[in-house]
Ligand binder design. Structure first.
Ligand code: 9UX
Length: 72
């Protein structure tokens, strides 16, 4: 089954920032889709909980250089 997580992502100032977050998240195992909205500071991720969890996704966003908080 599939789950959805929404993160607040602070510090993205351009669409290339959003692109690097999307790319990093999509490289994780168990990700179905990642969509990053730079204007609203949001990242929405559809994932398979058997393979990856919200904290791993959150830490991956932080590793790219942005502050990420799970909001949903
Ligand atoms: Mo360009 Mo966005 O260096 O922070 S990727 S501004």
């Amino acid at each position: 089954s599939e789950a959805k997580a929404v993160f607040s992502v602070i510090g993205m100032t351009c669409s290339a920032c959003a692109g690097s977050v999307e790319k990093a998240v999509k490289r994780l195992p168990g990700i179905r889709e990642a969509a990053v909205d730079v204007l609203n500071n949001r990242a929405q991720v559809m994932y398979y909980p058997s393979f990856v969890n919200e904290e791993t996704i959150r830490e991956t966003i932080e590793d790219v250089g942005f502050e990420a908080t799970l909001i949903k």
